[in-house]
Ligand binder design. Structure first.
Ligand code: R1P
Length: 291
């Protein structure tokens, strides 16, 4: 490794199939073995990750932060246990990079918790916390709009459900219930991960012919326990379930930011407090896992 190479720097790549540089640094996350914990708290917003790092990591301990291709990685300790807090931005491809490249640079069983924001399919107060027991994926199918299809192809596909890790989901639910202690509702249900914030979550946008008026009713009809809509959790649960060499224990919690039934949206101050309190619950759940 050259002497001026910093964490987050990626050198020349020697492998097109799984791009890694000569030091073992993975192409998108920009870290190598020893620079990412096997316990990961992942969020979308990089500001949320910095806030959790600054307020929740043990003080007086070494904290290492790196940034590459939109992945911000903060590795420190929570109650003397090494943890990485990673912001990934938005969408399933970013979660795919985190889980695959994160798996490559860690050893042993991993525990990954996502803490995000979401829309609610149930009429619960904004600021309610939701734990995803299982997850489906909603994909827009562009063939529906192709001239050859004459509208015979459905505009959106909804996958079968994939479950989170039973133990990790239970520990996360317990940690949220303890942290919020009746101050906020904590619900469990099915999450739907969508490939768009807009069309594939049933939002109406008169600038495009999205053909999505029936989408939310059809999800609720097929999955009466559907609770939330967001954009990353399915990829985490699916890859965790398909990890072949070492186990990945995955669970996800979200702050209900938007109530899609009543059309209400949570205020910024309440959101900021819930990010911090829920982040603490996520770290408690992560360190309680025996890996
Ligand atoms: C959309 O506004 C984003 O917010 C939600 C969605 O999954 C999507 O990433 O999660 P985060 O708050 O973690 O980014």
């Amino acid at each position: 490794m050259s002497t001026d190479k910093k964490i987050g720097d990626v050198g020349n790549i020697g492998n097109a199939n799984f791009p890694v540089d000569a030091d073992g640094v993975v192409y998108h996350l920009g870290v190598k073995k020893g620079q990412l914990s096997q316990r990961i708290l992942t969020v979308g917003d990089y500001g949320r990750a910095i806030k959790l790092r600054d307020h929740l990591f043990d003080t007086g301990k070494k904290v290492v932060t790196s940034e590459h291709r939109g992945f911000h990685i903060h590795t420190g300790e929570y109650k003397n246990v090494p943890v990485s807090i990673v912001s990934i931005g938005m969408g399933t491809p970013m979660m795919d990079f985190l889980v695959r490249e994160g798996r490559y640079v860690t050893e042993g069983t991993m525990a990954i918790v996502r803490y995000g924001t979401c829309g609610s399919l149930r009429d619960v107060p904004v600021g309610t916390l939701a734990i995803a027991k299982e997850c489906v994926l909603i994909r827009r199918n562009p063939d529906h709009w192709h001239a050859d299809s004459s509208n015979q192809v459905k505009p959106y596909d909804i996958s079968k459900a994939v479950k989170g890790d039973t133990e990790m989901v239970e520990k996360l639910t317990n940690a949220f219930t303890t942290e919020f202690n009746g101050r906020r509702q904590v619900i469990q249900g099915l999450n739907a991960t969508a490939d768009s914030f807009y069309s594939s979550q049933g939002r109406q946008d008169s600038n495009f012919d999205d053909h999505n008026q029936e989408l939310i009713p059809s999800i609720i009809q097929t999955h009466p326990d559907a609770a939330t809509l967001e954009m990353e959790t399915f990829q985490l649960y699916h890859l965790a379930e398909r990890s072949t060499v070492e186990p990945i224990k995955a669970a996800a919690a979200t702050i209900i930011l938007a109530n899609r039934v009543s059309n209400s949206f949570l205020g910024n101050d309440e959101k900021a407090q819930l990010e911090l309190d829920g982040g603490r619950a996520c770290l408690e759940a992560l360190i309680s896992m025996k890996l």
